[in-house]
Ligand binder design. Structure first.
Ligand code: NAP
Length: 328
């Protein structure tokens, strides 16, 4: 491609260099270098006139954004597997391809879900805080008593790629019984984990640990509200590494405060970042980490490769490695 015919691509945050290098070979690349995401105005202005946008999950890719970027926009490649920040229907209507990065972040995210599960069950963050606060005076026969994991029941909400990786850890490593809900049953996974496909109510009442791995959509927004937490065991642990809007944060804080559930571990909150005065941050039985599910060297590099390749293929009018709205 001649220099003056290079397609313009806007990248809304700095991503690993391997992805940027790949893009630069064929495109004129503009990168937002800020430590924080560009504000709305800057996002729209910098992306205006571009043929491709490599976006983050914090960017709202809506009709107004598409209008302001212009009709030459061919592809929005999200640096994430989730794409709830993008109006895919509208993009499809305009012939804009939407890409994501599934698969390569499955194990890293399941590892974080399992780390949160052990952390909550064994009160690791809470006990570590007490050490830092100078409160460790002696070995305590009744101090920081937690929950066992072996042989317990894990309830997986959304037995997709990450849900299955979590089930594999829980069943294979800790011999847990696996219950799951999904929009459809997964007979192959049932064989691998000896998993039972159950109703949401059954999963809520029978599980010792519940881990959320569904995507955010109309059927999962607000799925974990006061009534869901009330149905759970008072000893249950709630883990969410999917999207913050799947739980109602006020209802979760109330459930943790009132002892309706034992603990919660969150990699995702609503909103993100969680406000410093959110009641969850005052609770000893709630662990909150800043959306680091995919944050490993290899995973982020693999995501950068796919996100760049999605852009290049779409601009060349070739099939993308991962397109959520392929042309019919
Ligand atoms: P996936 O393979 O598409 O799995 C999503 C699963 O959710 C599917 O199995 C789907 O069921 C299920 N689901 C959808 N609606 C449901 C409902 N109402 N009730 C129960 N299950 C429902 O996606 P994935 O790669 O595992 O990723 C899952 C999500 O994790 C992403 O969408 C993203 O939001 C989140 N994520 C977070 C991080 C992080 O950094 N914390 C990293 C990666 C991903 P069916 O198969 O039956 O349709």
């Amino acid at each position: 491609m001649a220099e003056d015919s290079k397609r313009r691509v806007f990248v809304s945050r700095r991503i690993p260099e391997n992805g940027l290098e790949r893009l630069r070979t064929l495109c004129d690349v503009d990168i937002w270098e800020g430590d924080l995401p560009p504000d709305r105005e800057t996002l729209c202005t910098r992306a205006a006139g571009c043929h491709g946008v490599l976006s983050m999950l914090s960017d709202a890719i809506d009709p107004d954004f598409m209008d302001r970027v212009g009709p030459q926009l061919q592809v929005v490649s999200n640096y994430a597997v989730g794409f709830n920040n993008i109006d895919v229907e509208e993009a499809t209507r305009r012939g804009i391809r939407v890409g994501n990065t599934p698969g390569v972040l499955t194990d890293a995210t399941a590892d974080i879900a399992f780390a949160l599960l052990i952390n909550c069950a064994r009160r690791i963050s809470e006990s570590e805080r007490s050490v830092h606060d100078g409160k460790w005076k002696t070995w305590e026969p009744l101090g920081f008593i937690g929950l066992d994991l072996v042989g317990k029941t894990i309830g997986i909400v959304g037995l997709g790629r990450i849900g299955q990786a979590m089930a594999r850890r829980c069943h294979g490593g800790w011999g847990m019984d696996v219950l799951y809900t999904s929009r459809s049953s997964k007979p192959e996974a049932e064989g691998e984990f000896d998993a039972d496909y159950v109703s949401m109510d059954e999963l809520l009442t029978r599980s010792d640990f519940i881990s959320v791995h569904c995507d955010l959509n109309n059927s999962t927004s607000g799925l974990f509200d006061a009534s869901a937490f009330q149905k759970m065991k008072s000893t249950a642990v709630f883990i969410n590494t999917a999207r913050g809007s799947i739980h109602n944060q006020n209802d979760l804080a109330a459930a943790l405060t009132n002892g309706e559930i034992a603990a919660a571990g969150l990699d995702v909150t609503d909103p993100e970042p969680i406000p410093a005065d959110d009641p969850l941050l005052d609770l000893q039985n709630c662990v909150v980490i800043p959306h680091i599910g995919s944050a490993t060297v290899d995973t982020r590099a693999a995501m950068a490769d796919i996100a760049a390749e999605n852009v290049l293929r779409a601009l060349a009018d070739e099939p993308m490695p991962h397109c959520v709205n392929p042309p019919s």
